[in-house]
Ligand binder design. Sequence first.
Ligand code: HPA
Length: 273
Amino acid sequence: MIEESNIEQATEALSELGSPQAAVILGSGLSEVLSLPESRVLAFHDVPGFPRPSVAGHTGQVEVGEFNGMTLLVQRGRVHYYEGYTLPEVVLPVRAYARLGVRTLIITNASGGISPGLSPGDLVLIKDHINMLGNNPLRGPNLEALGPRFPDMSYAYDPALLRKAMDSARSLGIPLTEGVYVATMGPSYETPAEIKAFAQLGADLVGMSTVPEVVAARHAGLSVLGISCVTNYAAGVSAQPLSHEEVMETTKRKGAELGRLLTEIVKRMAQEA
Ligand code: HPA
């Protein structure tokens, strides 16, 4: 069971890195899209209570450094519910960032494209989400020091940040659309029937992450921006079977563009801070 003391211990360890104003979570295959010129680094396994990513490729690390006029925290790698962690374990890092003083969370992920207009390689701003995890990270005793028992989710994805991200993309000539993200537990990909059902529910994108962190971030009062890289057609949208290799190949191909977009967004955020 995660308690306030676990979050405080993690926060205390992270405070060695500095006092970040914003955090960027870089997900599957995207962990290297942003580099901080000078930073202090801690591995997940050196932060008490932090979960250890089990997906091959990245063991997880947290960096803090100055970036375009802002003190930024960058999390490389993340854990997912399907790895076997509880949702309070999955969201412990986000809660520690909130306690550390972070006010804005930028979260990235890889997703399957459900809606007809989407193709692998598209970048999409998450404008809302549907939680199909069958669980919520806030289940259990409320951590009063972090936020209220029944947090509002009407503006889970901050409208002003959505506008800023759109303006950034426009100025760089990067195509960007908006969509609704549905989170499934995984680790199996969805069936074509499930994807059809999610389309009817209003979902444009499907993935296995992000929603727990966003719920925890909103609980703690953070503003959130979510950016998804469509890595494949969702099951049944095309005849092609899904593979993790395709997901990784697409994130590799689109990483540089996402990095440029994130850089411009942070620059604009710093101008207002
Ligand atoms: N489904 C679920 N998660 C994903 C997908 C998908 O099609 N693509 C990348 N992550």
